[in-house]
Design a protein around this ligand. Structure first.
Ligand code: F6R
Length: 366
């Protein structure tokens, strides 16, 4: 059932090229210049009239929501707020009739996300679900939605659900931007073309598996780890840290890289591995100076870079390359080595990768 892989998590990491393809296939109609999503088409006025979007989710799905905030704000130019469902539901949230709420949940059964979306509905919001499990409670409770087509995710640590959620939310952003006339036809096509190439680029990123395993070997005994990213890759830093925590039980924190100097930099010494997402398009110069700051405090730098990078390569202790891609889609690639890194560390430490202690695949109680 693990298809020859030692763990479901590794199998699911490797399924990502296909899962992403399955998620956009049938929706991207490049020749017609459209994206087909019935749940959006049927309620297009809601999306066109929305003064803001509110995203509700927990855990990894919340991280996908953060990536979507950056993508949708950039494309659609409406404010997007991303809320922890557990916080939203208990604070008498400000929700208005014209708000569109997006609930993201792999399982579609997360109790807090479910309760938060019900609350939003009571306030008159239109609720759109992004779920992986067909027929799940959240998908049924939503007014409309779009499924991720990741296939069953068995490993407790979410992997392919995350990248397919980002894929669906990218399609959604592009579709609304097009409907609102916020994107030119040529830009729209350029985005679709880039998205179409993502599965093969993920494939290429996966080829670094052995290289990542060797890096894992070096840092498996670390007791802390920092993850830094900026822009579209700030949420990827959070997700990388969560993956390491949950399966290897190594304490890890993700930060927007520039926040480092407001506190976390105090943690950096020669014992501290710092994973930095430093792809070429995303605030590259700023990230390079963040890397210099870490280096001068003797932190160990593992950098995720764009293929062919030179500058960061000279500064970092290790680099892991990902293919060139437009900035907004880079999370789909930069996530891959971070998943592999935590996987290998957890395996080397003898942890139960697919069923980490204290965790359940779907959190149906609050
Ligand atoms: C992390 C993880 C959890 C889930 C969270 C939400 O790897 O799996 O953080 O992402 O419990 O679950 P869903 O998406 O099913 O609502």
């Amino acid at each position: 059932e693990k298809g020859g892989y030692p763990h479901f998590m590794l199998k699911e990491i490797y399924e990502q090229p296909q899962a992403i393809r399955d998620t956009f296939r049938g929706r991207m109609r490049e020749h017609k210049g459209i994206i087909k999503m019935a749940g959006v088409d049927d309620h297009i006025d809601k999306f066109l009239n929305a003064k803001r979007l509110v995203i509700l989710a927990c855990g990894t799905s919340w991280h996908a929501g953060l990536v979507a905030e950056y993508i949708i704000e950039e494309l659609v130019r409406v404010p997007v707020e991303v809320e922890y469902a557990s916080e939203f539901r208990y604070r008498n949230p400000v929700i208005e009739k014209d708000d569109v709420v997006i609930a993201i949940s792999q399982s579609g059964e997360t109790a807090d996300t479910m309760a938060a979306m019900k609350l939003a509905k009571e306030h008159g919001a239109f609720v759109f679900g992004v779920c992986n499990v067909v027929g799940s409670s959240i998908s049924r409770e939503a007014h409309a939605g779009a499924y991720t087509h990741a296939g069953p995710e068995i490993g407790v640590a979410s992997t392919k659900a995350f990248t397919t959620q980002i894929t669906v939310l990218t399609l959604l952003g592009l579709k609304i931007a097009k409907a609102k006339g916020k994107i030119s036809t040529s830009d729209f096509h350029m985005h679709l073309e880039e998205l179409r190439l993502i599965p093969e680029k993920v494939e290429e990123a996966l080829k670094n598996n052995e290289h990542v395993r060797k890096i894992a070997e070096v840092y498996k005994d670390a007791s802390n780890c920092l993850y830094l990213g900026r822009g579209f890759n700030f949420p990827v830093a959070l997700e990388g840290a969560l993956k390491l925590k949950e399966i290897s039980y190594i304490h890890a924190e993700g930060y927007p890289a520039a926040e480092m100097k407001h506190g976390p930099i105090a943690l950096i010494d020669e014992q501290m591995p710092v994973v930095v997402i430093a792809t070429r398009r995303g605030h590259y110069d700023k990230i390079v100076s963040n890397i210099q700051e870490i280096k001068s405090r003797k932190g160990k730098i593992i950098a995720i870079v764009t293929k062919g990078d030179v500058t960061v390569k000279e500064l970092a202790d290790h680099v892991i390359e990902v293919p060139e891609v437009m900035d907004s889609m880079s999370p789909l690639l930069t996530t891959i080595p971070l998943q592999l890194l935590s996987y290998h560390i957890a395996v080397m430490l003898g942890k139960n990768v697919d069923q980490p202690r204290n965790l359940a695949k779907s959190v149906t109680v609050e």
